[in-house]
Design a protein around this ligand. Structure first.
Ligand code: SF4
Length: 64
């Protein structure tokens, strides 16, 4: 499973980081999402999917 962020949609609430900090981080300058592990390890897929579902801006996408 791969994940990505549409950075123009991201508003920087860091909900993704709260749900799955192994995969999603926060840019220290702009406060927007940074993908730490674009290729999500199998053991983190459930947490990463939860983070994607909880993004209020629909900024996170699952590529496969
Ligand atoms: S939850 Fe969505 S809008 Fe908020 S920081 Fe993460 S990707 Fe950006």
């Amino acid at each position: 499973m791969k994940v990505d962020v549409v950075i123009d949609l991201c508003q920087g609430h860091a909900r993704c980081q709260d749900r799955c900090p192994e995969v999603f981080g926060t840019d220290e300058i702009e406060g927007k999402c940074v993908i730490l592990q674009p290729d999500v390890p199998a053991g983190l897929e459930q947490k990463a999917r939860l983070a994607v579902r909880n993004c209020p801006e629909g900024a996170l996408i699952i590529l496969d």
